[in-house]
Design a protein around this ligand. Structure first.
Ligand SMILES: Nc1ncnc2c1ncn2[C@@H]1O[C@H](COP(=O)(O)OP(=O)(O)O)[C@@H](O)[C@H]1O
Ligand SMILES: CCCC(=O)OP(=O)(O)O
Length: 353
């Protein structure tokens, strides 16, 4: 069984080819800001990224013959977790997605490439809009703005299953808090295999992150919107792209920030510590969702490689539950295994409506 995996991110396109559970190719093609800035919208990068996938296969001598193509899912309607075949309804909703993000290209490119092969389905799995929230978690202080969640569902669920396996149990038996510490930061409460609470890591809820603003003071935000000084697009970017660490310090590069702290940069120290403080507060809040009955807290994402960040975070949250660290992300393997499970009939293929 041969699977092509496509994971478009804001600064990279990751590609993998799996022969059953074995990776034959795992590539991370980085994109510069200049390279992408010629495309007015993310969706305009479709041909560019699709051609990169084809070139990468060709230059690695991998024939274009697959049993399935799977992409990171886009920001379509809120749906339960799992594997979905990319159908016309999903393509239509992706083209009119509620939020701009490179992941919107994953299912579209998968569908286009799969359609040129015989008997080759295109899938997505656990997209950022996975919504398994309890009703109580949906209520905000304004009926005009019910909570939505956009989070690292794919990586979080993969890490949860990996942890459960290591502990000799099942994801469906556990109560977990998982925090993905990446360019965006998501914190979700997983109760017996369902993510019953999770923040909107993309645009405006939760702790600030290397590139996101997180929760902002609403009154000040309204004043800024009507100040006449910024367009709607600029302000959106100031929330989901040029915010957080990069707005304060001019970079999302956490190792570089830590280096400058070690060289005596007090501003960098204050800002990074403030990010850690806000992540800890959000994890503390998540603990109340489980009434403190937490089997484990799992910390994952690129920043989880950092002893500086993890040791400071642990200091604030280790009284809550045992902490386990899974640096980086497991997205490519998780996508491949989801496709294999679907083809073997071990995982249900859900229909997007
Ligand atoms: N060794 C490291 N130590 C600390 N931070 C790191 C390290 N490697 C990557 N990062 C940080 O992780 C973030 C990206 O996280 P990652 O999970 O790779 O991406 P994303 O979730 O945005 O796809 C960046 O802010 C980067 O600086
Ligand atoms: C769209 C999924 C959540 C998210 O914010 O992902 P990135 O941090 O990878 O942009």
């Amino acid at each position: 069984m041969k699977i092509l995996v496509i994971n478009p991110g804001s600064t990279s396109t990751k590609i993998a080819v799996y022969e059953n559970e074995t990776p034959l190719l795992v590539s991370n093609i980085k994109h510069t800001v200049e390279e992408l800035s010629v495309y007015p919208q993310v969706i305009d990068q479709f041909e560019f990224r699709k051609n990169l996938v084809l070139q990468e296969l060709e230059s690695n001598g991998i024939p274009f013959a697959f049993d399935a193509v799977i992409g990171r899912g886009g920001l379509v309607k809120p749906i339960p977790g799992g594997v979905y075949e990319v159908n016309e309804a999903m393509v239509r909703d992706t083209l009119h997605a509620m939020r701009t993000h490179a992941c919107n290209l994953g299912g579209l490119i998968a569908k286009e490439l799969a359609s040129s092969l015989p008997d080759c389905p295109a899938f997505i799995a656990d997209p950022g809009v996975v919504d398994e929230l309890e009703d109580i978690a949906r209520i905000t202080g304004s009926p005009l703005m019910p909570k939505i969640t956009i989070w690292h569902a794919l990586n979080q669920k993969a890490i949860a299953r990996r942890f459960a396996k290591e502990q000799g149990t099942r994801y469906e038996e556990l109560d977990l808090i998982i925090c993905h510490l990446g360019g965006g930061i998501s914190i979700a409460v997983h109760h017996h295999g369902r993510a019953i609470d999770a923040n909107n890591a993309l645009d405006g809820e939760g702790p600030f992150s290397p590139e996101r603003a997180g929760t902002l003071p609403a009154g000040q935000l309204i004043d800024l919107c009507f100040s006449g000084q910024h367009t709607k697009d600029e302000l959106k970017k100031r929330i989901s792209g040029r915010a957080g660490l990069t707005a304060h310090l001019g970079t999302t590069d956490v190792p570089a920030i830590i280096k400058s702290i070690e060289e005596g940069d007090k501003k960098a120290e204050l800002i990074l510590d403030a990010m850690i403080y806000n992540v800890a507060k959000a994890i503390g809040g998540a603990a109340t969702v489980l009434c403190g009955k937490i089997d484990a807290i799992l910390l994952t994402g690129g920043i989880a490689y950092s002893d500086y960040v993890i040791s400071r975070l642990k200091k604030r949250i280790s009284f809550l539950a045992p902490i386990h660290i899974y640096p980086g992300e497991n997205e490519m393997e998780s996508l491949a295994f989801n496709a294999i499970g679907a083809l073997k009939g071990e995982l249900p293929i859900q229909v997007y409506k």
